[in-house]
Design a protein around this ligand. Structure first.
Ligand SMILES: NC(=O)c1ccc[n+]([C@@H]2O[C@H](COP(=O)([O-])OP(=O)(O)OC[C@H]3O[C@@H](n4cnc5c(N)ncnc54)[C@H](OP(=O)(O)O)[C@@H]3O)[C@@H](O)[C@H]2O)c1
Length: 366
């Protein structure tokens, strides 16, 4: 390996605001039979990654990537979405120079074990990943894509994991005939996952009205999007119409949910619990209408739709949705480029506390 130094960003599993950068021993970066070594190029970092840490034990996110370095007990690696280049290969199907998109550790290098390889993709078949949700194990070989353009790498890293979820949520709500609701409330309306869903609902003439709920400081930015019929702050929940409602909750803020369930009572037709942006407020769930609430896990919906439609059709539909949604919402957002893992440690506390401006997208270039 030519590189002199290899680094990995780690967080304390039981107190993930604490973080450190560790040097990766070079001997752990020598590919064995069938393996490849990749150099990570860039990745995005949003509240979604913080949620991987919050639910690291329950959804097994800690198990994807192993912390390395000194005294690793209690430390974990938060997965990120981005691009990497193959710099060494002991795999006959994946040449050096291949560029891939998918799920990586926030690190400079990573060893992978490709299998089930096609022109378009492969799976990382490392033993420790075999029982983890398979969607995360699939990597795209982007050089085989007809319209691949490296100028769009930042868009794909940032939006893909979030807007594919937005697509799945829109698709699921539609499939369920909007749960017979007349309005859909999105909590944490400034999050990118909400913005993508608001886009999907806004352009669907059959969809009910979309109401956004966000923090006071984000109201103007969210209104500017022009995708929500009404936008309220968490302090204005009493202004929300008492009509048949579906709630899509990216916030995990249970006091907000309890208030709305209480206020809407039988008019609360269904709640999809999607995220935990307000992870500090997610403990007490007394008063939530549990029989009409369920956790929505995008990888399960993706799996189901690939079975229903086939992989090619799924790709076609989602690619179209993503490119339309990105085009429509991109001007709202501006990128903040971070230079390496050191820069990430500076911005990381802001992502944890939700103090980054809502319309800022972090991209870490290694
Ligand atoms: N279930 C699934 O399969 C799935 C898939 C993808 C994403 N998600 C989840 O969707 C959520 C949104 O992810 P994202 O990456 O789209 O978010 P994002 O764009 O980074 O969202 C930023 C916004 O989240 C809120 N926020 C973040 N941290 C906060 C904090 N500590 N305190 C208060 N507010 C905070 C603020 O919005 P407001 O002021 O508007 O509240 C902030 O503007 C995440 O929890 C993610 O895990 C779930």
């Amino acid at each position: 390996m030519n590189s002199l130094k290899s680094l990995q960003f780690q967080v304390k599993k039981n107190n993930f605001t604490e973080n450190r950068i560790q040097e990766v021993p070079l001997e752990s970066l020598i590919p064995k039979e069938n393996e490849i070594l990749v150099k990570i190029d860039l990745f995005s970092f949003t509240s979604n990654n913080i949620t991987y840490a919050v639910s690291g034990d329950i959804i097994r996110y800690w198990e994807f990537f192993t912390p390395v370095g000194i005294e690793t007990e209690g430390w974990g690696v938060i997965p990120v979405w981005g691009f990497a280049d193959v710099i060494e290969s002991k795999n006959e199907n994946i040449p050096v120079g291949d560029r891939i998109f998918g799920y990586f550790p926030p690190a400079s290098h990573h060893i992978m074990n490709p299998g089930n390889t096609s022109k378009r993709s492969f799976e990382d078949q490392s033993e420790h990943r075999s029982t983890l949700p398979n969607t995360y194990n699939i990597y795209r070989r982007v050089l085989s894509e007809q319209n691949y353009n490296t100028k769009l790498d930042r868009d794909r890293s940032l939006f893909y994991p979030l807007y594919i979820t937005s697509f799945c949520l829109w698709d699921s709500l539609k499939e369920n005939n909007w749960f017979s609701s007349k309005q859909i409330i999105l909590l944490s309306a400034s999050s990118k996952t909400s913005v993508g869903l608001a886009y999907g609902l806004h352009r669907d003439i059959e969809a009910p009205d979309v109401i956004g709920v966000t923090s006071e400081r984000n109201i103007e930015a969210v209104k500017k999007l022009g995708l929500y019929k009404e936008v309220y702050s968490y302090e204005q929940l009493d202004k929300i119409n008492q009509i048949e409602t579906v709630i899509v909750d990216m916030s995990g803020n249970n006091s907000v949910l309890i208030y709305l369930h209480n206020r809407l009572a039988d008019l609360m037709k269904f709640t999809l619990k999607v995220g935990l942006t307000h992870w500090k407020e997610s403990n007490n769930n007394q008063g939530i209408i549990k029989e009409r609430s369920k956790f929505f896990f995008a990888p399960s919906h993706i799996q189901k739709r690939i079975e229903d439609w086939g992989g090619k059709d799924f790709d076609k539909k989602t690619t179209q949705f993503l490119s339309d949604a990105i085009l429509k919402t991109k001007n709202w957002l501006h990128y903040k480029n971070l230079n390496g893992l050191e820069d990430l440690t500076n911005e990381y506390p802001k992502v944890c506390s939700g103090t980054l401006p809502a319309n800022e997208g972090l991209i870490v270039k290694i």
